[in-house]
Design a protein around this ligand. Structure first.
Ligand SMILES: [Zn+2]
Length: 284
């Protein structure tokens, strides 16, 4: 009996070990963007930070095992204890650190983020839940500027926010922008490809060439990079639509592929096959 128990526990212990190792070599690096705003790279969604006389406002917080390293990076910018923590959406690579910040920070997100975190398996710890939620738009006046949260419906998920720093000229697009990578569209989390494309088009009407764009994943960007991303989505969507119209199955389209033109957009999480299957499910 004891042996059986040991055999059951061992893989769990090794599993936890592997999960820890996954973050062992992650370093948080800080890049000044413009005005009050900095960008923290690590593992998971990019973190945006406003640092100034009022303290720190942070956008997203990656994974819980990285929280101490994120706090050390924030301390360099003024304080390791943000006044505000905004979640762009519910995914674990953007909200994983919430429990480490919720005691001292006010967590803000779209209404659906709180609902999805509560419905998670397991649910988000109480101290990691958003305490201020909003439905369409909200503004926080902080460090001398209006920080505007704008909800983008049914795109990446059903609860996405982008965050515009009106004076610094910076926008954090969350996972409505994967720079030079195929996007993840969470069809089970209320996302749609059409909505995603429509949202990116709407964003382009608000963004000019002087602005800096923080993508959810990938390097700091400019308007041209977002245009390139939109063009890729439209072209690959049209191509898959064409192949479906010609009577091809999902398997046929995966086998044929999208062509060499788009191969550089492959990445570990969303490779060409996964992007094709997303397009097919959405178009059907
Ligand atoms: Zn995401």
């Amino acid at each position: 009996m004891r042996l059986l128990l040991l055999l059951m526990i061992l893989p769990l212990a090794f599993g936890a070990q592997a999960a820890q190792d996954r973050f062992a070599n992650v370093e948080i690096t800080t890049v000044k963007v413009a005005g009050n705003v900095s960008l923290l790279y690590g593992s998971g969604g990019n973190i945006g930070v406003s640092a100034g006389p009022d303290g720190i406002l942070m956008i997203d917080d990656q994974f819980l095992p990285l929280s101490d390293r994120i706090k050390a990076a924030l301390a360099e910018l003024g304080t390791d204890s943000p006044t505000w923590l905004l979640n762009t959406h519910y995914h674990g690579d953007h909200t994983g650190g919430n429990p480490a910040f919720g005691d001292s920070s006010i967590i803000v997100a779209h209404d659906n983020v709180r609902l999805r975190l509560l419905a998670g398996q397991p649910p988000m710890a109480a101290e990691g839940l958003p305490v201020v939620t909003y439905s369409d738009r909200a503004s926080i006046h902080f460090n001398g500027e209006e920080v505007r949260l704008i909800h983008l419906p049914t795109g990446h998920t059903d609860g996405d926010s982008v965050v515009l720093f009106t004076e610094s000229g910076v926008i954090h697009l969350g996972d409505h922008f994967f720079r030079d990578r195929f996007p993840y569209v969470d069809l089970n989390g209320g996302g749609t490809v059409d909505g995603y494309i429509r949202n990116v088009e709407m964003m382009l009407t608000m963004i000019d060439d002087d602005m800096h764009i923080i993508p959810g994943h990938g390097e700091l960007a400019r308007r041209d990079d977002l245009v390139r991303f939109l063009d890729m989505m439209k072209a690959t969507r049209a191509k898959v639509q064409q192949m479906l119209d010609a009577g091809n199955s999902a398997e046929d389209i995966v086998a044929r592929g999208l062509g060499d033109q788009w191969s550089s957009w492959n990445w570990a999480f969303i490779n060409e096959e996964r992007w094709i299957r997303t397009l097919v499910s959405d178009l059907q």
